[in-house]
Design a protein around this ligand. Sequence first.
Ligand code: AHM
Ligand code: MG
Length: 336
Amino acid sequence: MAKKRFMTLSRHILEGERMHPGATGELSALLDQLGMAAKLISLEVNKAGLVDILGFTGSENVHGEKVKKLDIFANDVLIKAMDHGGHFCVMASEEEEEIIHIPSQHQVGKYVLLFDPLDGSSNIDANISIGTIFSIYKRVTPDGTPGTLDDCLQPGYKQEAAGYVVYGSSTILVYTTGHHGVHGFTLDPAFGEFLLSHEDIKIPSRGRIYSANEGNYLKWPQGLKNYIKYLQAHTFDEKPYQARYVGSMVADLHRTLLYGGIFMYPGDMRNPKGKLRLMYECNPMAFIIETAGGRAIDGKKRILDLQPERLHEKTPVYMGSPEDVDLLEKFLREAE
Ligand code: AHM
Ligand code: MG
């Protein structure tokens, strides 16, 4: 218990590194830096209602959506915190149309960073949880040269690390390197440190909660409609299924990770690829969910096996407790 109380994010990352005798410490250093950026974003998110930072900037992001100032702030913080450490050769963000090059005055490293700086930002004005998502790969182009799009377009199973930060009733950072489990750290605002609060998270094998935007029900694939009807007519552990949908992927998946169940953002008749982006939303979340014992599919294939073609491409996604995803998959298959 005492050990847990004093396990900061930095110490945890370092101890993870020591389990790999050949590790250079670079991954630890950059994860630590990401934790620092998350603290800065958290501070700003927490005072969003107090300062004149809310409201539209008048510009749109690469997807034609209105961008709020906090998105830009979070994007800037991440770029500025991560571009000069010598760890990355290239970065990419949901808020930037093109890849982000490392400025020429800084060293380039062997890692690649993709991130969604502030996901669910349409929820900001209502004080609903939002989050940051990140995904880390090793470069595929030669060391010492500027990174390229090829470094970014790698399938998710090649991720070296992934994580998210949820700015909710408290700020929690969850990360994994794929080897030593999934761990969550709660930010102590007085202490200014992320402290280990959720050690070695394992997703329940089955849950009672399904999470999707049911407003789109009529446009959904028939198999998914059948699945939802099935859940509504059945019980789990003698209790009815529950629907929960925050509309912030990070919050919905954080709950799914802890309580079990299934999160879904399907493709539909109008948007066959759904809404969520493969590279910096679905892949990192799928890596975390799988490492915690869950499953993540696009309806047919494993999310982490998808070969990306474009930086901002979207994919349908179903992820969560393994038995729930198995059942959903069966319904999708049967309706084909
Ligand atoms: P954003 O990246 O523009 O914030 O949008 C992504 C968000 C996710 O957090 C969430 O799961 C989804 O959009 C909700 O979409 P919808 O309003 O269609 O249900
Ligand atoms: Mg997003």
